[in-house]
Design a protein around this ligand. Structure first.
Ligand code: CA
Length: 438
């Protein structure tokens, strides 16, 4: 079941936290994403909720008795979100309702004073990884990305025949997932020039980013028990932004026959705030409309509900600022703008497919969508596609030619949902700056 719309989505709902009522904020009272933070005065990792430019400390709320009677209260005092993610969707919705009461304009003066004591300016806190990530799986759900990349690798056979049946993915490396703002060291690896007899080892020359959407698993499933399409979204806690940094020269040499490995596993960045499925309820849309001639999904990956509202209308953007742009005072420039609704497969289909062999997902596992690219050139989600493998460089305001990432480049990803009649819900940012290879 997809989450439903209730009073917490009303567009006229306002918070007494004034910055949460600004039309451009990513974090109005209708959003309430979860993250993990520490602060200069208190190095303990604790769970927070973003509200306007403030962060609400949930452990402090529980200490003050503000979460009394809420089933999720104990989980709110942990140093990571895993226990909160493991709760049933109804318990998470009940917590959301309590937070809306506490942060809404109608709250009683006494409770408001207590909540004020648990608020910290967002600028003063350090965000940490939101969960202990046991496993990380990266999908390949954009048919446009798969076709573009395939046509560079295999011009005669760009899209392999399994693509429209199987939700393609690979198992990524959980240990190297880092939170936004962590610096990214250029990896070294084996790379082989097309006309060379043998590879050499050295710093990647074709470093790239991939714009993706991350999905944090909620309640897990028992080993051997697949999750059906009807139940799939009950196993999903929320979404974030993911940058799947990619060393293309390493990747192209190593990927056959077993798929991506060291070209991907050096670093993956995630945005710190996890946007709940509850917050995204107003922005659901039909699953990708398959063109005539494409097969329909097999029955275990199909449902009426998924066809009607399995998609999410989420706009995604990528910005870059090179070292020289910073030095010369240029603001970051936008490289692309795409939509999560352009993906061939939905979040429910990713979960149903992942578990269809009985594989168990656990709370806090991270699934990523694969590069989000649309049909238009301006919506391509990585440099490999945008610069067409370096043959169509992008000109930066300094006159620099961008083909792949240079040391000192900073990548900034953002995302937001907008729909008439609802408050805008934003994802915050996923940032990373490239350091030289060691
Ligand atoms: Ca990827």
């Amino acid at each position: 079941m997809t989450a439903s719309i209730d009073h917490t989505h009303a567009p006229d709902l306002r918070s007494w936290v004034e910055s949460a009522n600004h039309p451009d904020t990513d974090f109005p009272i209708q959003n309430l994403p979860y993250g993990v933070f520490c602060s200069p005065g208190n190095a303990t990792a604790r769970i927070g909720v973003a509200i306007g430019d403030q962060v609400l400390d949930l452990a402090a709320c529980e200490d003050a008795g503000l979460l009394e009677g809420v089933a999720a209260a104990t989980a709110c005092t942990r140093p990571v979100l895993n226990e909160l993610m493991a709760l049933q969707a109804s318990d998470r919705t009940a917590l959301r309702h309590r937070l809306v009461e506490l942060l809404g304009e109608g709250v009683a003066d006494e409770a408001r004073a207590q909540v004020e004591g648990a608020l910290l300016p967002g600028a003063d806190v350090e965000m940490l990884l939101p969960a202990e990530i046991g496993d990380y799986t990266d999908f390949y759900a954009s048919v446009h990305h798969a076709t573009n990349v395939g046509s560079m690798m295999r011009p005669d056979n760009p899209l392999l025949p399994n693509y429209k049946y199987v939700v393609i993915g690979y198992h990524g490396r959980a240990s190297s997932v880092v939170v936004s703002g962590t610096q990214v060291k250029r990896p070294s690896g084996q790379r082989k020039a097309v006309d060379a007899d043998a590879p050499e080892f050295g710093p990647s020359r074709l470093l790239d980013y991939e714009l993706e959407v991350g999905m944090f698993v909620g309640p897990g499933n028992t080993l051997g028990e697949p999750v059906t399409m009807a139940d799939a979204e009950d196993h999903l806690f929320g979404l974030c932004l993911v940058n799947d940094w990619s060393a293309r020269d390493v990747q192209v040499w190593e990927y056959q026959p077993l798929g991506p490995f060291l070209g991907k596993s050096f670093t993956t960045s995630v945005s710190p705030w996890v946007i709940t499925l509850d917050a995204l309820a107003p922005f659901r849309c039909p699953a990708y409309a398959r063109p005539d001639g494409d097969p329909q999904p097999l029955a275990h990956l199909d449902s009426d509900d998924n066809r009607a509202r399995g998609g999410i209308e989420l706009t995604l953007e990528v910005w870059i600022q090179s070292q020289r742009m910073r030095d010369e005072g240029f603001e970051p420039v936008r490289l692309s703008r795409g939509s999560f609704s352009d993906l061939y497969w939905t979040v429910a289909q990713m979960i149903a497919h992942h578990t269809s062999n009985g594989c168990n997902l656990r709370p806090g596992d991270l699934l990523a969508s694969g590069t989000v690219s649309g049909a238009d050139k301006g919506s391509r989600g990585c440099l490999l596609e945008l610069s067409w493998r370096g043959t169509e460089p992008i000109e930066l305001p300094t006159g620099e030619e961008l083909k792949f990432l240079q040391d000192g480049d900073e990548l900034i990803m953002g995302g937001f949902c907008e729909r008439d009649g609802f408050a805008r819900v934003g994802f915050g940012e996923c940032r990373g700056i490239i350091l030289p290879a060691s």
